[in-house]
Write a protein that binds this ligand. Structure first.
Ligand code: FBP
Length: 264
């Protein structure tokens, strides 16, 4: 972990990362209800909102679309990824080098580690190479810390999520992105397990405005430093309104009720 409060991907100690790697991770199915979002430019437009501190994408999307947004959006280049077509034990192919991410203008790096997978050893070795190379460029490393595999039946149980944040700290991540462990107390424990490293919550599938903002309020109260979210923002008809509300909940620490009322 290195100090990252001066990084462009951090605002007042917190981050709101807009993720759009779903075309790889889940496939076009995530865009069925919002076909216009198949055009990555539409999501880059959303990422120009002041609440968003970075947009997380894969290399191909960065190559093709980031040049038009480099003045308005900070880039988090995801260095590995897996398609939903892969049926084996959880693994994630490294598809971009740190050198190339830097060349594309990355402000930060992203890397998935599936602790507990039969591929954990190779994934951690690949993470080591990326994390150490990233240090040469002073690029913060965000770990998608997702314990899963045949031995892990429940990937969101409290002890698994606290292991996920600790594992990220020990391996040298600067931010750990984890799933919600089901309760504010469990999130607070996962945050404690991470020491001074920042923990952010992964968005998950789309829920109602109130449900989502309440969960964000709870994790911020629990000490999390923000969010990496995809579907809950860009699958909405009006992502701007939700981002206005998220800005209040994350950076101004307002309640979900107050944020919704102020953005009506
Ligand atoms: P969402 O907010 O839409 O859940 O996106 C966050 C994210 O981490 C994406 O970066 C990624 O595509 C997806 O979730 C992977 O989630 P999973 O592996 O659980 O399907």
């Amino acid at each position: 972990m290195i100090p990252i409060d001066d990084s462009p991907i951090v605002r007042d100690g917190k981050s709101l990362i807009l993720a759009m790697d779903h075309g790889l991770e889940h496939g076009p199915v995530d865009f069925e209800d919002v076909p216009e979002k198949l055009d990555p430019s539409t999501v880059f437009e959303t990422a120009t909102h002041d609440a968003v501190t970075a947009m997380a994408v894969q290399k191909g999307i960065a190559e093709g679309y980031y040049p038009s947004y480099e003045d308005d959006v900070n880039l988090l280049l995801k260095l590995n990824g897996t398609s939903n077509l892969w049926m084996g034990e959880p693994d994630s192919a490294v598809n971009c080098s740190v050198d190339y991410a830097a060349e594309l203008g990355a402000d930060a790096l992203g890397f998935t580690v599936y602790g507990g997978s039969n591929h954990e050893i190779e994934m951690v070795e690949e993470f080591r190479d990326a994390q150490e190379k990233g240090r040469e460029y002073d690029l913060p490393m965000v770990m998608w810390s997702y314990p899963r595999g045949q031995g892990l039946k429940n990937d969101t149980k409290p002890s698994t999520i606290s292991y996920a944040t600790r594992l990220a700290l020990e391996l040298g991540a600067d931010i750990a992105k984890v799933k919600y462990p089901g309760s504010p107390d469990a999130m607070a424990h996962a945050v404690d397990c991470a020491g001074d490293m920042k923990v952010i919550m992964s968005g998950g599938s789309k829920t109602s405005d109130y449900e989502f903002l309440s969960q964000v309020e709870a994790v911020i109260d629990a000490g999390a430093k923000g969010l990496a979210v995809g579907r809950n923002v860009w699958q909405r008809e009006d992502p701007t309104r939700l981002l206005d509300a998220l800005e209040k909940v994350i950076y101004e620490e307002e309640t979900a009720d107050a944020a919704l009322e102020a953005t009506e």
